[in-house]
Design a protein around this ligand. Structure first.
Ligand SMILES: Cc1cc2nc3c(=O)[nH]c(=O)nc-3n(C[C@H](O)[C@H](O)[C@H](O)COP(=O)(O)O)c2cc1C
Length: 175
């Protein structure tokens, strides 16, 4: 069985730590953990399923060309690669106390990029257990388009949230 590619950005912070935790929970032998800025498009063909781990660093960020956004570079680099017949899921870090009206908005950004590539996206999450006012990352059924993680305020819930999410991803995802 093919491994799952786990892409993450940025390196060296909460996203990095949560990605390591995710790898441990899935089983490190079952994943290839790859920083988004190290993606090699020729290597993508061997994967049938992807997990993307990112964070939200402000609504301005996505459209501000002055800020280096590794995800923009990532998707530019793999521009001509289709994810048709491939599966994807998203983990998005945010801070529900400081940014309750934009909680984990970045999930929506990643979701639209991945959906454009025609991947089938799994891992939508119920809002129960999260305290926030609004998020761009909600779909019309009121589900988050991925798994929000608040490592700044609710780090004690992270492992449990990931474990629950992974068990729900099965059997759509094969690990
Ligand atoms: C400048 C800045 C803006 C942020 N904006 C948001 C936001 O709009 N919504 C949100 O949920 N979290 C926001 N956050 C919180 C981060 O997503 C959170 O701290 C995350 O754990 C950061 O992980 P990283 O350091 O690995 O990128 C922001 C953080 C910073 C530093």
């Amino acid at each position: 069985m093919n491994k799952t590619a786990v892409f993450f950005s940025p390196e060296g912070g909460n996203v990095n730590n949560v990605t390591i935790k995710l790898g441990e929970i899935i089983g490190n032998e079952k994943v290839d953990i790859i920083p988004a800025n190290k993606v090699v498009k020729e290597n993508l063909k061997k994967y049938d399923q992807f997990i993307f781990v990112g964070s939200t660093v402000g609504a301005d960020h996505w459209s501000n060309q002055m800020i280096v956004d590794e995800w923009q570079d990532f998707f530019r680099k793999i521009d001509e690669i289709s994810f048709e017949n491939k599966k994807a899921a998203i983990v998005g870090l945010g801070n529900s106390v400081l940014y309750p009206e934009h909680f984990a908005d970045g999930i929506a950004h990643l979701h639209s990029k991945i959906a454009n590539k025609k991947a089938e996206i799994f891992g939508y999450t119920e809002t129960e257990g999260y305290t926030f006012t609004d998020s761009e990352a909600l779909n019309k059924d009121g589900l988050f388009l991925g798994l929000p993680i608040d490592e700044d305020n609710e780090y004690d819930l992270t492992s449990e949230r990931i474990e629950k999410w992974i068990s729900k991803l099965k059997p759509d995802f094969e690990f």
